[in-house]
Design a protein around this ligand. Structure first.
Ligand SMILES: *Cc1c(COP(=O)(O)O)cnc(C)c1O
Length: 460
């Protein structure tokens, strides 16, 4: 395990200090750490995670947040503004995703704490809407759909059926999905696009299956929900994936990714509010008073609603379109660099995110070299592949050129080292994929180290 972060530089607190530290000293400490950590991504070499990457924008969001950071959105009588922000965030997202054109149903939404939260609430809603005393409900997802579906199904006692994908297109095997729908199936899942490859499942075909079998269809637009609509407007070849597709019943779209809001928000859109309403929890006979909450969270900060609303209203369609234009064209230029090498192969039909592999050598050799040049790609397995989720930091001048030349050197390095084992990999600390006792032990150690690092706190 590495050393405890900032050991030797800043005091380690094992107990609550008896006497407090003055505000300026604390703010200096925080700013030293954030300045150092921002350098990792500011140069445009880090895949995903910093979607806007613009400090002026972050400062603006932080000021918006500050007005309501202390407010609990459960107490709406004290903060009618929260209802304005939340209703408008939902309405704007629904409209972006085709909800305004829905006929015969009243669309609705929920603002959740992130993509996993939106997916969990969708799965819970499908379970509750189809609640039956005897049968265990099931959901069918493509293998490439996010593990948040596995987590939600695990938490809510839903059986998850995992459909294989075509190895070349990376899209879900529709025949398998059709063959595995039964009377206990409550929903199908498709991604737009998926996290690993950025590819979009055939949502139109999944919608037909969903209508035919009278089950729900969740489209995971956590990653693509706020950028693919603008890619389509810009003329990129992206199949329809939103509420314009018959059969789509819910869509998750993360405001904290390409919505350019602060971390901790996502929107779950419902074609019909009856489905959303099925998962409310309330308790009217508790001695502490009557209790109800719209989702799984209790108290939430009004600041996040204000900052999300501020990001959307500030950027507007033209702002999102301008950002999408730069991201899509940067991604295409980087993909061209990949395609210029015969030994590299792009996975399926990518968009703002592209993943590539090699049939000639372990692609993690390429990653090994790119790491020495400051690139932080994300890794996939089965087959080994690496991806770049293009965000605004990559659209800075010079980044594509740097990627093109570093990639050429990386390919030469990979060819020269093809007979050795690569240093980096999709394996977690040398543990191969799949559930094993070894993996279990390693994950527990890894999690403990991430959260408290107790093993490695040096004595002072
Ligand atoms: C990020 C992501 C999620 C999960 O979202 P979190 O915000 O990390 O909880 C789900 N699906 C896709 C496609 C994603 O990219």
């Amino acid at each position: 395990m590495s050393e405890f972060p900032y050991a030797g530089q800043f005091e380690i607190h094992r107990t609550l200090p008896e006497h407090g530290t003055d505000q300026d000293t604390i703010l200096d400490i925080l700013s030293t750490m954030s300045t150092a950590e921002n350098r990792v991504w500011e140069g445009g070499q880090c895949s995903g995670t910093m979607y806007c990457g613009d400090h002026d924008h972050y400062d603006f969001l932080n000021r918006a947040f500050a007005n309501f950071s202390h407010v609990n959105t459960l107490q709406r009588d004290m903060c009618p503004s929260a209802t304005k922000f939340e209703a408008e965030i939902i309405a704007m997202t629904l409209d972006l995703l085709g909800g305004s054109d829905l006929k015969g149903s009243t669309p609705g939404g929920l603002v959740t704490s992130g993509g996993s939260g939106s997916i969990a609430h969708a799965m819970l809603a499908y379970r509750e809407m189809n609640a039956s005393a005897t049968a265990r409900p099931n959901v069918i997802k493509p293998e490439t759909a996010h593990p948040a579906f596995d987590k939600a199904c695990h938490l809510f006692g839903i059986e998850l059926r995992v459909a294989p994908v075509d190895p070349l297109t990376t899209q879900v095997d529709l025949g398998w999905v059709k063959a595995n729908i039964d009377t206990n199936t409550v929903a199908l899942v498709g991604s737009a696009g998926n996290y690993g490859y950025g590819t979009v499942d055939p949502i139109g075909e999944l919608g037909k299956l969903a209508l035919e079998h009278e089950v729900g269809l969740h489209v995971d637009g956590c990653l693509g929900g706020f950028i693919l609509p603008f890619g389509r407007e810009l003329g990129y070849d992206i199949e329809p994936f939103d509420f314009s597709v018959p059969g789509v019943t819910t869509i998750s779209a993360d405001t904290h990714k390409y919505g350019y809001a602060l971390k901790g928000t996502s929107v779950l859109c419902f074609a019909d509010e009856a489905l959303r309403d099925s998962q409310y929890f309330y308790r009217t006979d508790w001695s502490g008073g009557k209790y109800c909450s719209p989702g799984m969270d209790g108290s939430r900060s009004g600041g996040l609603l204000a900052a999300t609303w501020a990001a959307m209203v500030h950027l507007g369609r033209s702002g999102y379109r301008r950002y999408a234009e730069a991201i899509f064209s940067t991604s295409k230029a980087m993909q061209d660099a990949v395609r210029s090498h015969d030994s590299l192969r792009i996975m399926g039909k990518p968009s703002f995110l592209f993943s590539f592999t090699s049939d000639d050598y372990d692609i993690y050799h390429v990653n090994d070299f790119l790491r020495t040049k400051g690139w932080r790609m994300n890794g996939q397995q089965y087959p080994n592949a690496i991806h770049m989720a293009v965000t605004r930091p990559q659209t800075q001048p010079g980044t594509v050129e740097r990627f093109t030349s570093d990639l050429a050197d990386a390919v030469a390095y990979a060819k020269a080292h093809a007979h050795e084992a690569a240093k980096s990999g999709a394996v977690y600390g040398g543990v191969e994929g799949g559930p094993t006792d070894e993996a279990d032990a390693f994950i527990k150690m890894f999690m403990a180290a991430m959260m408290d690092q107790q093993m490695s706190i040096p004595d002072q």
